[in-house]
Every structure is written in C-alpha cells, then in structure tokens.
Design a protein around this ligand. Structure first.
Ligand code: GRF
Length: 208
C-alpha cells in the first residue's frame, strides 16, 4: 500500500475524484488544507479520512508555514503528496523535500498560462483549445515534468466558467489516473520528461 496525502484549499472535487476512484494499492492517508472552511475537508471527514488544517495567515513567513505543513504531512509517511487545488505558492524547501513524489493539477495546457485565472487568459488570448496538466512539482511555479494533459475545445460563445466546467471533467479523469500510474511505478522522470511505462491511447495527444 502506498500512502497518499492530498492538499486542498477549497471545494476538493479533484480530491473526491481520487478518493472515489478507489485506486488499488493506494491509501488516502490524509487530506490537509490551509483553509479550515474548505468544503473538501468536511467531505473527507464524513468518509472517515484523517483531515487537518493549518491557516497560513497565522505564520510569520511562507517558509514557517511550509515547515509546519511538512511536519503534518510527514506524520503520515507519504509515498505521494498530491496538490489538488492547493492554492499556495510553495517554497523550494517544500518542493525539494517531496521531489519526485509531489504532483500538482493545473488548469491550463502548460507551459501556457502558469499562475491564476488561466481560463480567462486563454479566452483573452483567443485560444481555440484549453485544458489541464498534471505535473511533478519543482521549485519553479507550474513548471515541473508533465505527466499528462487533457484538451477541450473553446467555442465562440464560451465564458471562463464554461471552460472551467469542461476542463474540470477532464481533471477528474486524469488526476486519479496519474495517481494510479505513480502508485504502480509506471512514471519515470527523465530530465524534464515523464515516460509512462503503460502505453494508453488516451495518453496520446489530441490529433486533428
Ligand atoms: C481545479 O480546477 C484545479 O485545477 C485548480 O483549482 C481547481 C480546484 O478545484 N488548481 P477542486 O478544489 O479540486 O474542486
């Protein structure tokens, strides 16, 4: 069994997708948050999953918060830490501690649109496609080796909310798959590339 610790800041629908996937050989050891009002915390608690929260506002610096969070995380001996809508910029110390076992879901086709408001920015840029990226986390924001990406169309009358909903469905498929692939040792990091040892048609890029 591999221990998974999931970090969230809000709704937690990606965390729910991981839990609901009942991934073989994966145990959701804990769901942690920086926001005590995160709806996902209540959802996890109801299902008997350990939860905990640290309010980043009660710490003097980003590093002090990260150090306290690392202590919480390490208590669960994680094999994998998943950032599932965890809206904090992480210190290099945090990223290095979990190097190779820390993954993030980002709602854009990286390297386009790192940071916030990705769907608004994709619309403003006139993009005809949008999507999400699952990647290993490195100290540079939203830049680590890419595990998988999902693509959706952008239609003429779309709003950022429409796109977000369309992309979210894809997130809910790709994130549990990435966790399962990690747990089964199928992901090999080679420089900035990730090789998935299991060939799957849906891992291939969208072709016209
Ligand atoms: C997702 O779109 C994720 O990609 C982004 O924040 C959102 C979190 O949604 N980082 P949820 O909390 O998983 O429902």
């Amino acid at each position: 069994m591999k221990n998974i610790v999931i970090l969230i800041s809000g709704r937690g629908s990606n965390m729910q997708a991981i839990v609901n996937a009942e991934i073989p050989n994966a145990r959701i050891a804990a769901v942690l948050s920086n926001n005590e009002n995160a709806a996902g915390l209540a959802w996890a608690t109801e299902r008997g999953i350990a939860t905990d929260c640290l309010n980043h506002k009660s710490f003097g610096s980003r590093l002090e918060f990260d150090q306290a969070m690392m202590r919480k995380i390490d208590a669960y001996h994680p094999d994998l830490v998943v950032l599932a809508g965890f809206m904090r910029i992480l210190t290099p110390e945090f990223c290095r501690r979990y190097e190779g076992r820390l993954i993030n879901i980002h709602p854009s086709l990286l390297p386009a649109f790192t940071g916030l408001h990705t769907h608004e920015r994709a619309l403003e840029a006139g993009c005809r496609i949008a999507g999400c990226t699952i990647h290993f986390v490195t100290p540079e924001l939203d830049c680590g080796p890419i595990i998988s990406q999902g693509v959706v169309p952008v239609y003429d009358n779309d709003t950022a909310d429409n796109i977000a909903a369309r992309v979210l469905e894809v997130e809910h498929r790709l994130l549990p798959q990435a966790v399962a692939d990690f747990v089964e040792g199928r992901l090999k990091i080679n420089g900035n590339r990730v090789i998935n040892l299991q060939h799957r048609p849906e891992n291939q890029p969208l072709l016209a």
